[in-house]
Design a protein around this ligand. Structure first.
Ligand SMILES: [Zn+2]
Length: 107
């Protein structure tokens, strides 16, 4: 397994996610538009906000997983299931490079 290549991929993902989280954060907290006067519009805005906040939370969670995977690469334990210690299937790591569990433990 080429962990250097995986680290590069993880760092790329991380940069993308960080940019996305920053954008959604801006959207949520730095509004230059005044709150809509009409109630209907307010409801829509509130719904959008919670969606955006959910996206931001999801992005942050994913970032934490990526950081952990990068630490595992440094520690030399990358590709090992964090629960049972078995090797994680390489196809799974290709699809989810920050996967911490083998397919059995993830289910
Ligand atoms: Zn496992």
């Amino acid at each position: 397994m080429d962990t250097k290549q995986i680290a590069a991929k993880l760092n790329e993902l991380k940069a993308e996610l960080e940019a996305r989280v920053q954008r959604t954060h801006k959207h949520t907290y730095q509004k230059d538009q005044p709150v809509s006067a009409k109630f209907d519009e307010q409801v829509v805005e509130t719904e959008n906000d919670s969606l955006v906040m959910a996206l931001e939370a999801e992005g942050k969670e994913e970032l934490a997983l990526i950081d952990k995977a990068l630490h595992r690469i440094e520690a030399g334990t990358y590709g090992q299931c964090q629960r049972c210690g078995e090797a994680i299937d390489e196809a799974r790591l290709q699809a989810i490079p920050y996967a911490a569990y083998c397919i059995d433990c993830a289910n």
